[in-house]
Structures are given as C-alpha cells and as structure tokens.
Design a protein around this ligand. Sequence first.
Ligand code: AIR
Length: 214
Amino acid sequence: MPSASVQSLIDQFHEEADRDRPAAETPDVGVIMGSDSDLDVMAGSESGRPGAHDAFTEHLGFAEQTDYDDPPAERFTFETFVVSAHRTPELMYAYGETAEARGVEVIIAGAGGKSADLPNMTASIAYPLPVIGVPVQEKSVDSVIGMPQGAPITAVDAGKSFNAALSAAQILARDHGELRQRLVAYHENLQTDVGDVSRRLHESGTPDFRTGRE
Ligand code: AIR
C-alpha cells in the first residue's frame, strides 16, 4: 500500500491526466530520479558538473513548473519528481502511465546503484513516450540501457543529465522552431568558446595559460 504522501502524488497525476489543459500550460519534459541523493547529478551541482536543470534553465530558456495551476510564463517547462522504482513502485507506475495524458512529451529518468531500474521500467510503462535514461553512476549503465528487443530506451553516458536535457529539447524541437534556434545558438556558443580558448592557449603559451586557469 502506498503511504499517504505517495498516494496524494498518485492521485494528483491521475487528476491532471483527466484535465484538458492547453499544451503551453503543461510540463513538456518530466524529470524523475530514484532519490534526492541523485540531485547533484540530475540537476547539476554548484561545485561540480552542470546537469539537466542547468541546461534547461541557463541554456535553453525552460522554466521549472512547480504548480500545475500556476504555470510559468515560459513556453517550455519541465517538472521534477523523486520516484523510486523499488521503494515506490506504484508511484513509478502512475507517473509513467499518466505522463502522456498530462502533456509530458519526453521523460528524463535517472537512477543510481546497480539496480537502476527507474529509467528502463518507466520506458516500458510510458511507451510510446520517449524516455531518456541517465545512469547516475558508472555502475548503473548496464541496468539502464539493458532492455530486451521491442522495449526501447534512449540513454546518455553515466552522469550526463546535461546531455539528456539537450536530447529532450532536440525531440521537442522537431515541432517547435524556436527551440531548434536555441539549440543551434547553444552549439554556436560552444564553438566560440573552443575557438577563444584555443587562441588564448596558443598566444599565451602553455605555462601562462595554465597559471591563468588556476
Ligand atoms: N534507487 C532508489 N530507488 C531505487 C533505486 N535503484 C537508487 C537511487 C540512488 C540510489 O538508489 O537512484 O542513486 C541510492 O539511493 P538513496 O536514497 O539510498 O541515496
């Protein structure tokens, strides 16, 4: 039996699935993770690597939707939940089952450990919605990507939730030209960064360049 707090989330997902909200008001991407201990990898950490949250909010102009009745003004949004395949299987089922009806177009699912089953199970439950799996640790890779024939999942390398956000935006961009433009602009900035750093390295010489980075 789900606990009261889990049941209230399950009920909310079903209520939202029954509503007929305009696409601009529903979350376009669902980000779920097995535990809030996955947050530094899934969202990004201030001291470490950036993650999906950073890619969405800092590079792609998305906003996080935290209240279905008060959606952000931004056209593209994502929602974030902790959903554990093993601790809360009913919640995982309800999330995957209602995602499409709630307006979600692509799910990013991350889990760590050796039994990282949230991405692969969600891919099966939410099918035909695309699911991008994020192995939170190196040891989670086999568990995330090891799907039987006929049960697809798309996945990124261990820890690369940033790329999962870009992939989700690529999927959405097939129907949304403005997102395509943002993806192209992001890539152009990447190129500029490499060009700038290359020139600085060359012109300062390795020792000075290295000192400048410290
Ligand atoms: N996990 C949580 N429920 C099922 C699984 N497989 C994963 C989480 C996290 C790891 O187990 O995704 O990476 C450890 O979770 P915790 O909550 O013990 O820190």
